[in-house]
Ligand binder design. Sequence first.
Ligand SMILES: Cc1cc2nc3c(=O)[nH]c(=O)nc-3n(C[C@H](O)[C@H](O)[C@H](O)COP(=O)(O)OP(=O)(O)OC[C@H]3O[C@@H](n4cnc5c(N)ncnc54)[C@H](O)[C@@H]3O)c2cc1C
Length: 381
Amino acid sequence: MRGHEADGLRVAIAGGSIGGLAAATALRSVGSAVEVYERTPHQMTSRGAGIVVQPSLTALLSQVGAPALPMTRCTHRQYLSPDGGSGALSAMPQRFTSWEAIYRTLVAAFPDEHCHRGVEVTGFDQEPNGGPVTVRLGDGRNAEADLLVCADGWRSAARGRLLPQVAPHYAGYIAWRGTLDESDAPADLVDFFDDSFTFSDARAGGHALCYFIPGAEARTQPGERRLNWVWYVHVDEGPELDEILTDDAGERRAGSVPQGRVAPAVAARMREAAVGELHPRFAKLIAATPEPFVQVILDLAVPRMLFGRVCLVGDAAFIVRPHTAGATAKAADDARALALAAQAWRADFDTELVRWEADRLAGGQAMSHYGLALGRRVAWA
Ligand SMILES: Cc1cc2nc3c(=O)[nH]c(=O)nc-3n(C[C@H](O)[C@H](O)[C@H](O)COP(=O)(O)OP(=O)(O)OC[C@H]3O[C@@H](n4cnc5c(N)ncnc54)[C@H](O)[C@@H]3O)c2cc1C
């Protein structure tokens, strides 16, 4: 890995979550001078839920010389019916991690002094024909860059400005999610779910799934892990969805209600419904989870990712269905491909950026279509 070079490509990144830090580490590894602007003022220490580890992510981490990613493992899949019983087993090794573990690993791989937390990107202007981009910052400063990477997530203000006609839309179902410390879980649940990626059909359609992820401080030893579960539930847009997304303080949230903020009556109804809908072990797991949270399933696919020297990456560009287990891998692929293009800095960088866009649009579209197909198989839409 090379350190950043004085005459290297100057990159500003809006957003310091997984997409932004993936791009930051990848670009820095090829000599670019990278500054990350993240509006959240502190390191994001959300507990974070589970993520299936994909080769794209581990390839990025090894390319940028990141520390080892904390991971848990299983050897098989377990398919259950809502009627109970031990279900069907099939051998299928898999590795899992958590959002928090990936975030910590990327943070450790990028120098803190180049990550400006509490600084929002509020706008940008660019000179034509590959001229510099002036990035306007919420603290009143401007930063000049040769490339602005917008990794500002599903509600991307940059996308709103560049592609005002493109917005995420609701896919017709939600994901109830939760994590439970293994040390707080009944022993029979730990035994039942250990060493497997477990699925239960739900009576009304959809399904639930469960696997172990790293626990506090991303620890992975048995006894220190967490059980991570997801339950996809069809909910029509309208009063029912509004009620689920209205938090414990009465605020109607947009895309999710985080851990600890779901209205108690809504959580109680969900737990009750799980008893009738899912395998009894899932109902017990959900009942034992102190702070379930909820996320709406959204679709988004942009027609363009490159606008001169400004580009969109990660969830700002494509939101893919969670069944693909691919959002983080996609962000890693956006980043690695961008680093390849950046190697042509001082040569034909703009042509390489156009190639980057074609490659990553194809990648995003393929994953979107795959997610829609999986959604039709496993859910309702
Ligand atoms: C705290 C947190 C926890 C998450 N937990 C999970 C999880 O458990 N499981 C899972 O599958 N996915 C999770 N996600 C989503 C996941 O990170 C994304 O789906 C995916 O990895 C792509 O990430 P992204 O960086 O493109 O978008 P995001 O993760 O949404 O990050 C966008 C970032 O940009 C910042 N930002 C937005 N606008 C501006 C601006 N104008 N200026 C500066 N900064 C800005 C936001 O604060 C945010 O940190 C989480 C995201 C966050 C922020």
